[in-house]
Design a protein around this ligand. Sequence first.
Ligand code: ATP
Ligand code: MG
Length: 594
Amino acid sequence: MALRMSTLFLRTLREDPADAELPGHKLLVRAGYVRRVAPGIYTWLPLGMRVLAKVENIVREEMNRIGSQEVKFPALLPREPYDATGRWTEYGDNLFRLKDRKDADMLLGPTHEEMFCLAVKDMYSSYKDFPLALYQIQNKYRDEARPRAGVLRGREFIMKDSYSFDVDQAGLQKAYDAHREAYIRIFNRLGFEYVIVQADSGAMGGSASEEFLAVSPHGEDTFARDASGYAANVEAVEVPPAPEVEVTAGPAHVEDTPDTPTIDTLVAALNENHPRADGRAWTAADTLKNVIVMLVHPDGTREPLAIGLPGDREVDAKRLEVKVAPAEVAAFEEKDFAAYPMLAKGYIGPGVLGEEKASKIRYLLDPSVAVGSAWVTGADESGKHVLDLVHGRDFTADGTIQAAEIRDGDASPSGNGPLRLDRGIEMGHIFQLGTKYAEALGLKVLDENGKLVTVTMGSYGVGVTRAVGAIAEDNLDDIGLIWPRHVAPADVHLVATGKDEEVFVKAEEIVAKLEATGVEVLFDDRRKVSPGVKFKDAELIGVPTIVVVGKGLADGTVELKDRPSGERREVPVDDIVAEVRREIRPQQDAEARL
Ligand code: ATP
Ligand code: MG
């Protein structure tokens, strides 16, 4: 049935909503797709529901195609399974926790590994039951610290999450590959530019985890790629350890460097008072900066961590976060310095850092700090630095950490030229979980020899509501949204203009004919609304094909407008159904081929 603007639950807005930052978000609200209820919580209106259903269907079709079966778990969940895996605490403030009337702890599911795992444990017991893949399209709840850009980062949002179950790694790899293919098809069909990047996968490494990022300047993720096809989220870039170099520096020596608590002041003082024998100027890259942060573990305990890295680089907060998770990173504050009197703020050096040293603070070095290389660094006394301090000869650390910022132009870990950085929105994530959840929840089955084996799992997510937001951000102009055909709320937006009753009679006739051939119509049948307002609304709403039935009817024509290009042409009224079908056909053909 055609959506009729006369009765459609819709009020378009001429003004941008005050709380919307991104252009697509503004237009989704102005054009009446979504409305905000609270930060990160949105209502979907009829037009939005249409787009959402189309995105969901693309996802559903591709999941079904790889043999994954649709289920639906509750969003309201008991605490116990999440306790068993440790996530009740590990999830921290992001988890919505609540109590029922009997004072039992409950939560709103942020993701459902536990529930799927337990369901399979309940029902299956033999290797013969596998492989198995299940999915759901369902609401998720995360109390995000920074809900952002409308549906792009919500606190309630829809995710397609699927899980694969296998009895061996070969099976898991196959399931992972099938999901990867399915995701490629999904994102090709959704129609935005995306990249597949290596994701941080904790201890597992390698290609055990990949993300699908929509390339967008509005993205919160930064990814790095080189010309040879290497691509990784910066969180996952593994800087290769610098090869050992021959020691050329003389013995280390402490120098007075008063009032040099920052790298800039230090470099200036070095060049002024301690010029190098070979005449090369000192730069920030010659200094070793020691940054102290406070790790806050899920149980609330606090533990300082020291990171040593070249002075011309910053610690990247996101890279650090994934390396120390589930601990969170907090600032090392003034009161913390008071508890560690051996730390000379602004002049901290490896002399006191390390589990075996005076501070007992764990000390991790950036992998670019080569064994054999000489550094200028803090001498652990206010106003003093040590020069020619050689890694491996004069100091060591407790290990390395991949937490320094990655920069455009850095050498690629693949060895193939420089890295280029770009921004993206994480749209999907595929992950070989392995046995972590199955172990925690006791999902074991009998193998061919009657022995118990732990089931190995994969977990795969697509942000469904986020996809609507990302498509909107990528398909718009100054006057409104421009939906890709296959997710547009209708195939054609038919506008009837004027006061002439005959226009409306004819328009109704065309609508009926279009619908009879399976074309979805959004019909502006409003009687007391000016043509100008109707055109503005049509442009704002963004259905890619607009038909105007109005003045031209006297000469037997209607206007066919292509929203993306703005091109318009007169079409004989008797040809309009065929013309509209021709406009939307290429898309349908393309889908049939998939
Ligand atoms: P992000 O890094 O953006 O917070 P995530 O890594 O926490 O996402 P996953 O747990 O991998 O997300 O969830 C799978 C998918 O769900 C993501 O790829 C993303 O598309 C979507 N998603 C995650 N968080 C949100 C959110 N707050 N709002 C909308 N979609 C989300
Ligand atoms: Mg993710």
